[in-house]
Ligand binder design. Structure first.
Ligand code: E4P
Length: 214
């Protein structure tokens, strides 16, 4: 499973760069760097990590979105153009895929959106599990359903579990065999932490001191 970091914080990306396969951003995530120049920030992120960096369009209509997507794709060779799972977004996806530009179809909330994204040649489709949970649905059931559908075909589209809120989302995504996941830094950090590892280390260090050294 590819693991992406869901952030535009270059320091966090540098901290975890050895463990991640890429980065995902969205307009809200980028806006956390209030005074930054958008293009320079995206370029810096693309230099910091070698894998795909998802950068989202903000246009909503086909022609504008297509032009914006092409412009974004030129920022760096590892940019992945993030498009919404709308009628226009999926049309743009089909066009960009045909031109060999990688895409991440975002704001996916249904199996049918995912199916159309795959048929349009999307590189990734991002179902938002946390936001599904927020409205009383089961986000991970959506992942299961999409993977089940994709399993019957040879689509190259990877299911990228997004809007991750806790470690169980990550564990369940791995169990279901999702192709990718994007996690905020605070959740990735939890993958390394366990109180038993900490206490075990402490015991080993104390016991080691009891030995004589020559
Ligand atoms: C990633 O591609 C998404 O933009 C992100 O995971 C959304 O997460 P949120 O629902 O916590 O904003």
């Amino acid at each position: 499973m590819e693991i992406f970091l869901d952030t535009a914080d270059v320091n966090e990306i540098k901290t975890y760069v050895d463990f991640i396969d890429g980065v995902t951003t969205n307009p809200s995530i980028l806006a956390k760097n209030e005074n930054a120049d958008k293009r320079s920030l995206i370029k810096e992120i693309c230099k910091t990590v070698s894998g795909p960096v998802s950068v989202e369009v903000v246009s909503e209509k086909y022609e504008e979105m297509l032009a914006e997507g092409k412009k974004i794709s030129k920022i760096s060779s590892n940019v992945c153009v993030k498009l919404p799972c709308t009628f226009d977004g999926l049309r743009v996806c089909e066009k960009l895929s045909y031109e060999g530009i990688s895409t991440n179809l975002t704001l996916c909330f249904s199996p049918t959106q995912a199916l159309i994204a795959a048929k349009c040649g999307a590189t990734y489709v991002s179902p938002f599990v946390g936001r599904m949970d927020d409205i009383g649905h089961n986000g991970m059931s959506l992942i299961e359903e999409i993977i089940d559908i994709f399993d019957g075909y040879n689509y190259e589209t990877k299911v990228l579990v997004a809007s991750v809120r806790h470690l169980q989302h990550l564990i369940q995504a791995a169990k279901l065999g999702a192709g990718a996941i994007t996690v905020p830094p605070k959740i990735l950090k939890q993958c390394f932490d366990h109180p038993m590892t900490e206490s075990g280390l402490k015991i080993f260090a104390e016991d080691w001191k009891k030995l004589k050294s020559h």
